[in-house]
Design a protein around this ligand. Structure first.
Ligand code: ADP
Length: 755
């Protein structure tokens, strides 16, 4: 028997030594480290047990025992760490350190076991045949250490059984089975050793048999099932080095693997045995995030989860979750959102500023242009009477006429610049609306060609129009905006051409015959023999405030907004605008606009009918209405004077009020045929005054049409004021002709129209 035990010991020692060497040769992963630790602790005890078997007295026995315990105290912990690693579980660092400290304290007491009597209360050396033995009764620490080892045994069995049951890979399952056999043998032998269940347990430590079985199992695992295969260690290493967190759950949603980044992201995974509820909650969060596209937050960081079903033979065996840390990306997006919010705020402030500025600038221009018109009318009146005037007076009248013309030109220019800025801010605020209606193509073309011909001829340029005769005469679209775009491009061609010709060609992309309701792509080509555009400037052409070649064009008036607005308007209408140019030779702008056909009657020969714009025709009043009585309301006295002056020849009876209150009191006393109402007034604004007039108790103007006059030309004003209850809308600065047309429209029965 003695020889058998010695043989078992030598086998174990050689086996453990081989495994240790193997571990060293494959050094790198945690599994190797824990297995090595395990082997060394067993090795130390087995070597010491050889010494024990040779002990001749109590002293040599106890000394050898103390050497043996140097390894044996670590056996339970080393085994547990190794099994946990094999099963893909990890213990928190603090738990490992605490267990190590406990083992060292236990060993210190074992070193002094004769003095403290805490480990062995009593012991006595007895030779049992060939076997030296040390019957003893255990002390407090002995029982504590036994319980600790039972706990380790329980933890190992629990982990390996769970891993064995859920493992689907056949090789890994067999490997786990070997470890399970080893552990079972250790547990059984421990119980036999502790309770001395067989007689042999009284003469030698039966645990060494279990250690031998354990060693054999390990060797088979390593040789046959490649337990320490470098590639699996490398895989683990690589997966731990990823920046992504990887979590693998089995078919029952138990975590079977997670790499280091995942443990750092979700520390709850590192708990000794993370509760099923916690893991379930985490997995639910992942699934919800994947479905909703929202990220998952943990410890102040933001992760984007993705999942992949793991299938074997078409059956789900688990799920792999990968989590990328997108905190920086989300932080950056958050910053961008914040910057956008600030920019939007600034943009709104800019729009408000523009609206205010437009009002402030338009009001004085209103007065300047209006009174300038009065100057021109007075001059014309004196000249048209035919009464003799002195040569000096005649010259003065001529000069005044020219000055007034210049004031009118500069004033209108200023107005068009303000209008451009307002248009752009409307477009930027997304509040530019298209007002589509049926229109005559001929009217559109007449408007633009008349004005262009006049400007071109003033500069000595030829203006040639070519319009396809078969184009349908009535179309549906926003004529005002199309006119704005074409006017801008044509004006540019005239502005940037010193000599030669400007051509306008209008065609349809689609071939005849046309049908009512069909969409037609109108194609306008505007070509000039002007200064041209450099190739490198072409991409800046449609940008806001981009004026090209400022040195060369500094004398030409412009804001650099026209093409930007045109480009935006054309896009809003679903069309395109393109430019081609040869520097020094000329440019060609092509605009394609989809328009609906209302009537197919062809437009006919248009070019021949192009009309020249009339210039400064003497003023003639368009109607008189001596029986009509109107009320004009404005807080600026100058504007009231201007309205009266502009309408002097219409013989209208005009009352004026400088605010809402005065207007209301006049409305109690008089019944008016029409009320002209300024919108922006202190105390009571135009809308409020209009509403009160309509419901005024004892008032005489509940049904009287009220026309809104405002310099607030920004953002769909017309629609807004009509919605508020006004009957019509006049934009300031008020033009005499527009005002008269408005009065004719609403006072039709009372007006005597003049030819
Ligand atoms: P601007 O008010 O300055 O004319 P636009 O936006 O209409 O602004 O045009 C932008 C710039 O494009 C102009 O300043 C000019 O340099 C150039 N440009 C536009 N049309 C022509 C053209 N037909 N020939 C040469 N240059 C042109």
């Amino acid at each position: 028997m003695y020889a058998f035990v010695l043989a078992v010991l030598y086998f174990t020692i050689v086996g453990l030594f081989a495994i240790s060497m193997f571990c060293l040769s494959k050094w790198g992963g945690r599994l190797q480290t824990f297995l090595f630790f395990n082997c060394v602790s067993h090795l130390v005890y087995n070597c010491a047990y050889v010494l024990i078997l040779h002990a001749k007295n109590q002293d040599t026995y106890v000394t050898a025992l103390k050497i043996g315990y140097l390894g044996r105290v670590w056996v339970g912990l080393a085994m547990t760490l190794f099994v946990a690693e094999l099963c893909g579980k990890q213990f928190p660092r603090i738990a490992k350190i605490s267990a190590g400290v406990v083992n060292m304290v236990v060993y210190l007491f074992i070193l002094n076991l004769e003095k403290t009597k805490l480990y062995y209360k009593q012991m006595e050396f007895v030779m049992n045949g060939d076997f030296p033995t040390l019957p003893h009764s255990g002390g407090l620490l002995y029982y504590f250490f036994t319980i600790l080892n039972l706990f380790y045994a329980y933890a190992c069995m629990h982990l390996i059984i769970a891993a064995f049951v859920r493992e689907k890979n056949k090789t890994a399952k067999k490997r786990n089975l070997l470890v399970l056999i080893a552990l079972t043998s250790m547990c059984l032998s421990y119980i036999i050793y502790f309770f001395k269940l067989i007689p042999l347990a009284r003469i030698f430590d039966v645990m060494i048999i279990a250690y031998a079985i354990c060693t054999a199992m390990m060797l088979i695992s390593i040789i046959k099932y490649k337990m320490l295969d470098a590639s699996s260690a490398a895989k683990n290493y690589a997966v731990d080095e990823l920046s992504e967190g990887i979590i693998v759950v089995d078919a029952d949603d138990h975590v079977s693997y997670c790499n280091n980044p995942a443990l750092r992201m979700f520390p709850q995974l590192a708990e000794n045995d993370p509760s099923y509820v916690k893991i379930h909650k985490l997995l639910d969060d992942f699934e919800f995030a994947i479905l909703s596209g929202e990220p998952v937050k943990s410890n102040g960081r933001i992760y984007t989860p993705r999942s992949k079903q793991l299938l074997e033979d078409g059956v789900r065996v688990g799920t792999l979750y990968s989590l990328s840390d997108d905190s920086d990306h989300y932080r950056y997006m958050e910053e961008l959102r914040e910057q956008k919010r600030i920019a939007d705020q600034a943009n709104r402030a800019k729009s408000r500023f523009l609206a205010n500025m437009s009002h402030e600038i338009r009001t004085p221009i209103n007065a300047v242009l209006g009174f300038n018109e009065m100057i021109a009318r007075e001059c014309d009146k004196v000249v048209s009477t035919g009464e003799p005037v002195s040569p000096a007076a005649k010259e003065a009248l001529g000069n005044i006429g020219t000055y007034s013309e210049n004031i009118g030109g500069a004033g209108n220019n200023l107005l068009s610049i303000i209008n451009s800025i307002l248009d752009l801010s409307k477009i930027e605020a997304g509040k530019m609306d298209l007002t589509e209606d049926a229109y005559l193509l001929k009217t559109l073309l007449k408007d633009i060609t008349g004005m262009t011909r006049f400007r071109a001829e003033e500069k000595g340029l030829a203006f040639v129009t070519e319009v396809e005769e078969t184009l349908p005469g009535t179309l549906y679209g926003d004529m005002v905006r199309i006119r704005q775009v074409l006017t801008n491009v044509l004006t540019n061609s005239v502005k940037y051409t010193d000599k030669g010709t400007v051509w306008l060609t209008v065609r349809a992309k689609e071939a005849k015959p046309y049908q009512e309701g069909q969409m037609l792509t109108l194609s306008f080509t505007i070509r000039d023999t002007g200064i041209g555009i450099r190739e490198e400037d072409m991409q800046k052409l449609f940008g806001s405030f981009e004026r090209l070649e400022m040195n060369r064009n500094s004398t030409i008036e412009g804001t650099g907004l026209g093409l930007a607005i045109s480009h935006q308007l054309v896009s809003m209408m679903g069309g395109t605008i393109e430019a081609q140019s040869e520097y020094g030779t000329g440019s060609t702008f092509t605009i394609h606009l989809p328009q609906k056909i209302v009537k197919c009657d062809p437009i006919g020969n248009f070019s021949a009918k192009a009309e020249k714009a009339k210039k400064n025709e003497p003023y003639h009043v368009s109607f008189t209405a001596p029986d009509a009585k109107i009320l004009a309301v404005d807080d600026t006295n100058l504007n009231l004077k201007l309205i009266k002056a502009l309408l002097r020849d219409t013989e209208l009876s005009i009352d004026t009020a400088d605010g809402g209150r005065e207007a209301l009191s006049l409305c109690m006393q008089n019944a008016y045929d029409l009320i002209l109402m300024d919108q922006r007034m202190p105390n009571m604004d135009g809308i409020e005054t209009m509403k009160q007039i309509h419901v005024q108790e004892g008032g005489q103007n509940h049904e009287t049409p009220v026309i809104c006059m405002t310099a607030d030309a920004i953002i769909g004003s017309r629609e807004r004021y009509l919605e508020e209850g006004f009957d019509d809308y006049l934009s300031k600065p008020i033009k005499a002709a527009e005002l008269e047309q408005m009065l004719i429209k609403h006072l039709r029965d009372l007006c005597h129209i003049r030819g």
